[in-house]
Ligand binder design. Structure first.
Ligand SMILES: Nc1ncnc2c1ncn2[C@@H]1O[C@H](COP(=O)(O)OP(=O)(O)OP(=O)(O)O)[C@@H](O)[C@H]1O
Ligand SMILES: CC(C)(CO)[C@@H](O)C(=O)[O-]
Ligand code: BAL
Length: 366
């Protein structure tokens, strides 16, 4: 027991020191940052040894309040939380925005620091940043910040035709909605998230509704691969956080929008709302989508006058289990869970959003 305590203390001092970042060219942060799989695994094994639950939030950085809803939920429901920041090349097609994706590590760490109000405690309950257990300060949040070679030891090309090695594919479910517009996207996501789950071994994990198909596919992946960390039940989908004034879904890519484009970025939410209202009133899917398209068209016309190009990628309604496209004549009555989702281009920025219709909302987003 004594040996275990002193081992634990020396590991904590080594791995959780807030000044550690300084020696590795990372911004200084009171949150421990791990850059290698080995370090992260060591941290995780300590949590296993102490029977502490670990919540996990996977991100690509450029953090905003939407990410923070996942983090606060995880902090509330777990002893410890890991947030990963990794811009995953495998989920970007060669023509997509990997090179320009916003990378804002210093402000990400500041935002995360605000979540960690140190709680002085005399208990030995949580892994601590301080080497003195008697007066230790609880820092329940850690950041995993791996490099590309760390995550892809065999290398990774964005060009799928030349990729070699091991990938995870969720067959049969990724060809509609986002998968239709971004072939290969979910293969890249499933592959990197499998790796992250394998490293962090989370008790619970939190994904945003904004990327609803991603979250549902990952839940299915946990089930299909019989994962225990996390189990599919422990993959939680957290409601989309929106701008309080105009309901635009918060998104890292919103940073691409110019001042002229920003007012038109609400086009998708407005189109989805029009379709939702029609669906709730008992209109058939075909009519709901026509209403959404008409709204996009009218906004497009106004946008052009301001020199802004708005283009609809898709607005569609799909089953929430199989992602099958609903027939034009289908109506609300008797239908199970339905995803009303879409993507639009505002200038060079691609924005997505969705609503989960009907009672399914209560069971899917929780
Ligand atoms: N507005 C939001 N509300 C709730 N969760 C969100 C929101 N935006 C992103 N998330 C979730 O945060 C996690 C990390 O997402 P990511 O880092 O890609 O941010 P993002 O804002 O979705 O970026 P992008 O603009 O590239 O889509 C995902 O599970 C995502 O669904
Ligand atoms: C889940 C994820 C972090 C995988 O790279 C990414 O797709 C995202 O941020 O939604
Ligand atoms: N939030 C989804 C990540 C992506 O669009 O690549």
């Amino acid at each position: 027991m004594l040996v275990q305590r002193s081992l634990l203390r020396s590991c904590l001092t080594r791995f959780l020191s807030p000044t550690r970042a300084m020696s590795t060219n990372l911004p200084e942060s009171k949150i421990p940052i791990f850059t290698t799989v080995a370090e992260m695994r060591k941290w995780r094994s300590l949590a296993f040894a102490k029977n502490q639950s670990v919540g996990f939030v996977a991100t690509m950085g450029a953090l905003h309040e939407g990410h923070m809803t996942l983090v606060t939920r995880s902090l509330r429901e777990n002893d410890l939380t890991v947030l990963s920041i990794f811009v995953n090349p495998a989920q970007f097609a060669p023509h997509e925005d990997l090179a320009t994706y916003p990378r804002t590590l210093p402000s990400d760490l500041e935002l995360l620091s605000e979540q960690v109000r140190p709680v002085p405690t005399t208990s030995n309950h949580a892994v601590s940043a301080s080497p003195t257990p008697e007066t230790h300060v609880r820092t329940p949040l850690a950041v995993f910040l791996p490099s590309v070679p760390e995550m892809y030891p065999s290398g990774i090309s964005q060009d799928r035709s030349v990729q070699r090695g091991t990938f995870v594919e969720i067959a049969g479910y990724g060809s509609e909605m986002e998968g239709k517009s971004r072939p290969g996207f979910f293969r890249g996501v499933a592959t990197v998230v499998t790796k992250l789950f394998n490293i962090v071994q989370p008790t619970h994990t939190y994904f945003g509704q904004k990327d609803i198909q991603q979250a549902l596919l990952l839940r299915r992946m946990c089930r299909d691969l019989l994962l225990s960390h996390p189990t599919p039940e422990n993959l939680h989908i957290v409601p989309t956080m929106r701008d309080s004034a105009d309901h635009l879904a918060l998104s890292s890519r919103n940073a691409y929008l110019s001042a002229a484009e920003r007012p038109f970025a609400t086009v998708l939410h407005r189109a989805l709302s029009a379709a939702q209202t029609a669906w709730d009133a008992g209109e058939a899917k075909g009519e709901c989508l026509r209403k959404a398209a008409a709204l996009v068209e009218s906004i497009q016309e106004n946008a052009v006058k301001e020199g802004v190009v708005v283009k609809m990628d898709y607005v569609e309604m799909n089953g929430a289990e199989e992602f099958e496209v609903l027939g034009d004549k289908e109506v609300k009555s008797g239908r199970g869970g339905v995803l009303l989702s879409g993507a639009v281009w505002v200038g060079k920025t691609r924005l997505i959003d969705n609503f989960v219709l009907g009672d399914a909302n209560r069971t899917i987003v929780c």
